[in-house]
Write a protein that binds this ligand. Structure first.
Ligand code: NAP
Length: 495
């Protein structure tokens, strides 16, 4: 490794003021670094700003869905609502003094690496530019809504909109509402609207595995106890049963014939059998693929919701949308006032459409022509000093992305130390290390439950699961210490 003894003050650009960008910003400020967070919107929060649908809840226990350094006594229930989580991020950014460092209304449209200067130039949608030694791409995963290609959608006379673009003017109470989509979002919306709509039609192309989970509210006495003693919060966050369940879950997805996934399937099937009384409805709701192949749904309320008199589960193919409503393949018309499209996201975008040009003009679009990928989900060969949080090939599943991002930050911070100490001015994973990682990852990913034959956003365009294919423990171990031999370091312009 090229050694240089002079330590350097670095300037950091963080792209995105969502959960991960706030984390990076706070950590850099705490370390006394010069950081600017660029945010396209006029408010922080990322996914929690953009999603405001009725029933929005995070299905990770609230006390486990916080930064490790900022426990929060105020959660009203075991699972937090989207609004509460948005409030938590706003309070946390304020408390740690991050707000003056966020440039709102700054959409980053380009990042261009200058090899001689060993720095990035960022271009903004508003025409300005800025430079930084290090870019932290924390631009999120599920932020480009996927609209369904259904003939006649634009002809609908009522209000039709994507779940992440909630239309506050839409009629819900006492109205005829349709929800297309049966992922975590559609299930939460249907659960929330089942007692509000006059008629609620849940259009399901694929039924889901529904994992029963506890739900309870915290009393004011409990919150007061959390305020007095954060050890009580830690006891929930670091509860050994909770972590055992995460490890079991990752065992389940990585061992498709193992006892863990069989146990999950049995739990969900028992839930279906015991919760849904009508045998016709029960068969409509019975999944025909492996559990956890699509993201497993954790719900304490969905099966109750679909058995309410106003709710109808529609499993037929949608033939088209007409001004009055949704026409099914058998000719049935569901007349509707409001149509919610809970049809998911383009999960392969990450920082794109931002144009990212690395060493020698290498473009991220070219590097990601087959699939978005990054060495250990963090960095990309030819894109020095460019690090991602919640980037491609990281773990996905039913656990906290905050914990993922914190572990990734711990890893990135160790690489940054090399830059800070002046040991190098540019660091990126080598092509060989990245190729080896991808070869091993893809081989393992094909054998995970995600690759067991269903369609989901977990798959890349070639049908290979796009995520971390090993255990959570393996991820934690990998993030604990970077293998520096896998990185190319250059003294660029120091000589
Ligand atoms: P999603 O899981 O991708 O689900 C999209 C749904 O839309 C699927 O049921 C899909 O059916 C259906 N669909 C898509 N196009 C369709 C079409 N043309 N006609 C009929 N149906 C169509 O999207 P999501 O529910 O928004 O969830 C995305 C992710 O966000 C989740 O997996 C999760 O990671 C995250 N999320 C998390 C929480 C939480 O509580 N932590 C809550 C909400 C979302 P097929 O299955 O047949 O393709």
């Amino acid at each position: 490794m090229a050694k240089h003894t002079e330590s350097r003050a670095l300037r950091y650009a963080v792209i995105g003021a969502g959960m991960a960008g706030i984390l990076a910003g706070i950590r850099l400020l705490q370390a006394g670094e010069a950081v600017t967070v660029y945010e396209k919107a006029d408010r922080l929060g990322g996914t929690w700003r953009e999603n405001r649908y009725p029933g929005l809840t995070c299905d990770v226990p609230a006390h486990a869905y916080t930064y490790s350094f900022e426990p929060y006594a105020e959660w009203r229930a075991y699972y937090a609502t989207g609004g509460e989580i948005q409030g938590y991020f706003e309070k946390t950014a304020e408390k740690y003094g991050l707000m003056p460092h966020i440039r709102f209304g700054h959409e980053v449209v380009s990042c261009v690496w200058d090899e001689d200067e060993a720095r990035w130039t960022l271009g903004f949608g508003n025409g300005g530019t800025a430079t930084a030694d290090v870019v932290i791409a924390a631009s999120g995963v599920l932020h480009h809504p996927r609209m369904p290609e259904i003939p006649g959608l634009e002809s609908f006379a009522g209000r039709a909109f994507h779940s992440a673009r909630w239309d506050d003017a839409a009629q819900l109470d006492g109205a005829r509402v349709g929800v297309i989509g049966n992922g975590s979002t559609g299930v939460q919306i249907v659960s929330a609207l089942s007692q509000r709509a006059e008629r609620l039609v849940h259009f399901q192309r694929s039924p889901q595995w529904i994992m029963p989970v506890p739900y309870f509210e915290y009393s004011e006495e409990q919150r007061e106890a959390f305020r007095r003693d954060t050890a009580l919060i830690d006891a929930i966050r670091y509860d050994k049963d909770y972590w055992a369940s995460i490890n079991r879950f990752t065992q389940a997805i990585t061992h498709v014939d193992g006892p863990e996934i069989a146990a999950i399937e049995q739990l969900c099937l028992d839930n279906l059998e015991t919760s849904v009384k009508d045998p016709v409805l029960r068969e409509k709701l019975r999944p025909d693929y492996r559990a956890a192949c699509k993201r497993l749904i954790y719900s304490w309320s969905y099966y109750d919701a679909v058995q309410r008199p106003a709710v109808f589960v529609e499993r037929q193919r949608i033939a088209g949308i007409e001004p009055e409503g949704v026409r099914m393949a058998d000719g049935t018309l569901h007349a509707l006032d409001t149509l919610v499209l809970a049809t998911g996201f383009h999960a392969d975008r990450f920082i794109r459409p931002t144009q990212v040009l690395g060493r020698g003009g290498a473009s991220l679009d070219d590097a990601w022509r087959v699939r978005p990928t990054a060495y250990y989900a963090i960095g990309i060969p030819d894109f020095p000093n460019f690090f991602m949080l919640n980037g491609p090939t990281g773990p996905v599943g039913n656990f906290s992305l905050i914990d993922i991002a914190e572990r990734q930050w711990g890893y990135i911070d160790q690489l940054l130390d090399l830059l800070r100490r002046g040991e190098t001015r540019a660091i990126a994973p080598s092509h060989a290390a990245h190729a080896d990682y991808e070869e091993r990852r893809i081989a393992a990913a094909r054998t995970t439950i995600f690759g067991s034959g269903c369609a989901s956003w977990y798959l890349d365009a070639t049908g290979v699961p796009a995520s971390w294919p090993w255990s959570y423990e393996a991820f934690a171990d990998a993030m604990a210490k970077p293998v520096l031999a896998d990185y190319e370091v250059r003294a660029a312009a120091l000589a």
